[in-house]
Structures are given as C-alpha cells and as structure tokens.
Ligand binder design. Structure first.
Ligand code: FES
Ligand code: FES
Length: 161
C-alpha cells in the first residue's frame, strides 16, 4: 500500500511521518515517533495499555488510525509533565504506589487524566468506570482509585493537568 506523508501533533510537537494508511496511532507514536511510554498490549482494544488523549479525550490508540488524528492534539504519558513538573495525577500515582511492573501505568494515567479533564470531581464509581477498560495484572485497582481521589480532592496544586 502506498505510503503517505502526514503531520501529527503529539505533546504539542509537530511530527512529519511517512506511514502506511493502515498504520495505527499506537504504531505511529511508538515506532515512528519513538515515544515508548504508550504501551502495545493486546491490540484488540481490550487492555487499555495504549490509551492516549486525543483532543483531551481518552482513546485507545490501537483503535484508531494515525491518519484519523491529523489536525488533532495527541497527548501521551510523556506529555503529562510540564516545565519539569509532574502532573498532579503522576504525583498521586507515586504517593499511592499505583504501579508495580508499570506496563499498564501510562494507559491508566491517560485514562484517569481524560476523566479528570471531563469531570474534575469524580465519584469512586465514576473513577472505576473510567478505568474499566484498562487491565492491570499486578498492582490492583484500589491504589489507582485512591490516587485519582487525591487529585479530585485538590491535594496537588500543580497546574499542568
Ligand atoms: S493495545 Fe490497545 S487496548 Fe490493548
Ligand atoms: S502495574 Fe503491572 S500491569 Fe499494572
């Protein structure tokens, strides 16, 4: 299939890529741009490891083509920190120990970031619903829910989220 030149804006940086029209967003981010925080797990839209923000909404990057994201702002876990400071949700994950092997963590961070953008004061049920499509096989979900609750309670003053 003939390759196409496209521009993608990721973490506020514009990248020019030469991709097959069937290239998934997760492939463009990892293999073409080299941002490997976004993980590639099931590639069947089941695990959530590939979750990124597309125009502020949490999207599984294996469910969308790179070409569909032209003109949109994509944010990956690398783009959460600003001016050398971690985002509140990243600090909350650290404080609550919301990770173990870390494979699911960037997807969890992006799913919960998307939730907090949409709904800065989510209930526990809303937090659980937001991470329903993200699978963690080693940390357990309670510490992740507690981390989101910390941010929702305004325990972090950083303004990068
Ligand atoms: S790799 Fe996208 S949901 Fe699993
Ligand atoms: S921390 Fe290992 S899969 Fe979630």
């Amino acid at each position: 299939m003939e390759k196409k030149e496209i521009k993608l804006s990721v973490n506020k940086v514009e990248y020019e890529l030469y991709v097959n029209p069937k290239t998934l967003l997760v492939e463009a981010i990892r293999d073409h741009i080299g941002l490997t925080g976004t993980k590639r797990g099931c590639e069947t839209v089941s695990c959530g490891a590939c979750t990124v923000l597309v125009n502020g909404l949490a999207v599984k990057a294996c469910s969308i083509l790179a070409m569909q994201c032209i003109g949109m702002e994509i944010t990956t876990s690398e783009g959460l920190e600003a001016n050398g400071k971690l985002a509140p949700i990243q600090n909350a994950f650290l404080d609550e120990g919301s990770y173990q092997c870390g494979f699911c963590t960037s997807g969890m961070l992006m799913a919960t970031s998307g939730l907090l953008i949409e709904n800065p004061k989510p209930t526990v049920d809303e937090i659980k619903e937001a991470i329903e499509g993200n699978i963690c096989r080693c940390t357990g979900y309670n510490s992740i829910v507690r981390a989101v609750e910390r941010v929702a309670k305004g325990m972090y003053k950083e303004d990068s989220l």
